[in-house]
Ligand binder design. Structure first.
Ligand code: HAM
Length: 431
């Protein structure tokens, strides 16, 4: 009997370990690779920030801020919050380090863990992973479409098909003011409890998000923001649609979309996957033209997205997408004697230096045990090394897929292997 009790992960966190971590790495790598090909550069930020950043940046009417933040007092008595999303932190850093003083737009990507104390269910976690991009300092509809295209290209590269891009425009300040006046007048005609009325007071759009049937029903007759756009906002949105068509990116306009964070203005979008049940949003984003100023910076606009890596993994699994390279290793070495063990270690290090992924059957194994380990290792090729092989510098390279063997010189293995390994060298996803 075990002496100590086991400790389990906190409720609702997502974690990835072999073999499933390979698909996670593949998905994340594809998303990052797509951002990099459009000139986005890494921004690596703290996972905790001053609580006020999210209160002011994300908005107190949102579920994220009012119900879901992991907030605590640090040892110095400061209020700290684990980041529930990435955009506010990026803006904080851009302002603090004057990143907007150089060429615009500032284009950055990030990848990491985010924290929301939501009720856990399939696809909804308390610690989850996002890859995000932000383009700051440009108002043009072209950049809106570039941001959407980065996500679209990544999903295509992954092989995803069963999803829809939904877009809308949340309008500029003037459109919003005109609209909220009408919306507030409409909301005054429905009967709301105190808490809901308070949230509607801060941001009346939040009521479109309400999951309760009677509110959904009442809101189905509410005025629609898209019909109150100023001519400038309407023209921007029309141009976004024209450019999406031009790039053959299919989309539908969702007039009732409300994003869960308060900073959005203008173009907003969501990618909805149809094989995931309730948690169907695999990514979303939009413009946030007032955010930088609201956080004490200059009046620059911005647009970006956050893609849920966990949900993309689930989407790939739902669509039966397989990794393009199912091998996690290029070569597995099976040494059969003490001398062969050191030969194998030297050879492995030499080949690893040239970029091959190599592992060894450690421990004292028989040929049979070693080959069993080679089978399980997920390697494309194996090489048995005994005293005879060392003496003759010749060994049999076994193709684990076909079972065929090829006699190779160990001293010139790199060259021998190049033709086989050309396709498989490197890290998953980003190739
Ligand atoms: P968001 O829509 O709140 O936007 O989150 C983006 C994506 O993160 C969602 O579409 C979903 O895939 C994933 N996600 C969110 N919450 C969870 C959860 N509890 N469990 C699993 N996955 C989740 C943002 O966070 C914005 N910062 C995006 C953005 C960037 N907008 C402009 N720039």
């Amino acid at each position: 009997m075990a002496k100590f009790t086991q400790i389990q992960a906190p409720k609702g966190v997502s974690e990835y370990f072999p073999d499933r971590s390979n698909i996670f790495e593949f998905v994340r790598g594809s998303l990052i690779g797509s951002a990099k090909t459009a000139g986005y550069q890494l921004i690596e930020l703290p996972v905790f920030e001053d609580t006020d950043l999210f209160k002011r940046g994300v908005g107190e009417s949102t579920d994220v801020v009012s119900k879901e933040m992991y907030t605590f007092e640090d040892r110095g008595g400061r209020s700290i919050t684990l980041r529930p999303e990435g955009t506010a932190g990026v803006m904080r850093s851009v302002i603090e380090h004057n990143l907007d003083r150089g060429q615009l737009p500032v284009k950055v990507w990030y990848s990491g863990a985010f924290f929301r104390a939501e009720r856990p269910q399939a696809g909804r976690y308390r610690q989850f992973y996002q890859v995000g991009i932000e383009a700051i300092g440009l108002d043009d509809p072209e950049i809106d479409v570039e941001v959407i295209a980065v996500a679209q290209r990544a999903f295509q590269k992954l092989g995803l098909k069963n999803y829809t891009l939904e877009i809308t425009s949340l309008g500029d300040k003037e459109s919003r003011e005109r609209y909220t006046k009408e919306l507030r007048a409409f909301i005054a005609t429905i009967d709301l409890d105190e808490e809901t009325a308070r949230r509607a007071e801060i941001n009346p759009l939040r009521l479109f998000d309400d999951k309760r049937d009677q509110i959904k029903e009442a809101m189905s007759n509410a005025p629609i923001l898209l019909e109150y756009l100023t001519p400038e906002s309407a023209a921007h949105f029309a141009r976004v649609q024209e450019l999406l068509n031009d790039l053959n990116i299919p989309f539908v306009v969702n007039k009732r979309m409300v994003r869960g964070l308060d900073y959005y203005t203008g173009t907003a979008f969501e990618f909805i996957h149809h094989g995931l049940g309730a948690q169907s949003g695999i990514g979303g984003g939009g413009r946030y033209d007032g955010l930088m100023e609201q956080l004490g910076g200059s009046a620059l606009s911005g647009i970006g997205f956050g893609i849920g890596v966990d949900r993309c993994v689930l989407a790939c699994e739902a669509e039966g997408i397989e990794l393009p390279d199912r091998f996690v290793l290029d070569l597995f070495l099976v040494p059969l004697s003490p001398v062969a063990k050191s030969t194998a270690l030297r050879l492995a290090e030499r080949l690893r230096k040239s970029g091959l992924r190599v592992d060894i059957a450690y421990g004292d194994r028989s040929l049979k045990g070693g080959m069993k380990a080679a089978d399980k290792s997920g390697a494309r090729f194996s090489l048995v090394i005994g005293d005879d092989e060392i003496a003759s510098d010749t060994a049999a390279l076994k193709d684990m897929k076909t079972g065929e063997s090829l006699s190779v010189k160990m001293s010139a293995l790199e060259e021998n292997l190049q033709e086989y390994f050309g396709q498989t060298i490197g890290t998953l996803g980003e190739r």
